[in-house]
Design a protein around this ligand. Structure first.
Ligand code: AHR
Length: 317
């Protein structure tokens, strides 16, 4: 009897602390393709710990089918909410309808999806078209009317940032007839693929002599491409201008060394605003806005890159 009482007291205590600690949230992450992605994972874990949330983390290894499986697992466990960074934009209707029917709110982190927006509660993301625009506007200003052949390293095919960052950049250069995108291929948001694809661009374009600028949809691909440019005997940042997106620490090293020219910042803290919105929703039913947009700030060599590099430490990097 005594044992039973102790056990129930213990379970009550555990119950109380679990309640105080808050919710159980399933997080389906894409993988670890980039420095930014790793930082987003680590910030999400830090935020969960700070708030006493029990975070069930699932790494999808870049595969949508793994994400769908993980989400179904979270639904079966009856989590309080699901966070998902969707690897591609299409193919979510069935599984997110299941979450909706189970009354589990879904928060999209950093990437959008196609389809009806009642499939999720809120999306926390940057304005990815704007990111592409900011990068393109920087280039338009930098080349100041001179002819410029651009090569583009796209992100993961079918992902919202690859689609939108391409669109935004093209919109920004549309009025500048001297700027042309001469080659565009996916580098899958990875450093290794960015290097490999850039090597192909350099070979195909007279060893790189026909190329004036590289636009990479993320910094990791830019860092890989910078290596390829150096190996081809050219100076990145001078012979070939480099503009990209994310603002990871390594790109600030490249900016400081004169090997990159500009980057557009993407905060890895997507989870913070998502947790805030979820807490309000659970507390008093406050329905969060459909999209929570994070800032897209441009950094160039003029922005004291090593100082920013130092400041980035501890922000998940
Ligand atoms: O969805 C955000 C993008 O995904 C980041 O820019 C990139 O680095 C990551 O892989």
């Amino acid at each position: 009897m005594r044992t039973i009482l102790l056990a129930s007291a213990a379970s009550l205590l555990i119950g109380a602390s679990a309640q105080a600690a808050g919710m159980t949230i399933g997080f389906s992450q894409i993988g670890s393709e980039s420095g930014w992605r790793a930082a987003e994972t680590s910030v999400t874990k830090q935020q969960a710990e700070k708030r006493g949330v029990d975070l069930k983390f699932a790494d999808a290894q870049q595969k949508q089918e793994n994400q769908i499986k993980a989400i179904r697992g979270f639904i079966a466990q009856g989590v309080d909410a699901i966070f998902v960074a969707p690897v591609v934009a299409t193919g979510w209707e069935a599984v997110l309808t299941e979450a909706k029917e189970a009354k589990i709110p879904v928060f999209l982190l950093d990437r959008g999806i196609d389809g009806p927006d009642d499939l999720y509660t809120t999306m926390v993301a940057s304005d990815q078209v704007l990111e592409g625009k900011v990068a393109g506007q920087w280039l338009v200003k930098d080349v100041a009317g001179k002819n410029c052949n651009v090569v583009e390293l796209q992100g993961t095919t079918g992902s919202s940032p690859a689609i939108n960052r391409k669109k935004g950049f093209e919109e920004a250069i549309a009025g500048a007839s001297s700027i042309k995108i001469i080659r565009s291929q996916t580098g899958d948001f990875t450093r290794a693929k960015g290097k490999e694809v850039m090597e192909g661009f350099l070979k195909a374009e007279n060893g790189g002599k026909n190329i004036c600028a590289l636009y990479a949809h993320n910094d990791d691909m830019a860092v890989g491409a910078i290596q390829a440019i150096k190996e081809a005997g050219l100076k990145p940042g001078t012979d070939i201008k480099v503009v990209s997106i994310d603002a990871v620490p390594d790109i600030f090293k490249a900016l400081a060394a004169g090997e990159a020219n500009a980057t557009v910042e993407l905060t890895p803290n997507m989870a913070g605003p998502a947790f805030d919105a979820l807490e309000k929703l659970k507390k008093d039913g406050t329905v969060p806005p459909k999209t929570i947009i994070t800032e897209s700030k441009l950094y160039t060599q003029a922005d004291d890159p090593m100082k920013v590099y130092e400041a980035k430490k501890g922000l998940g990097y």
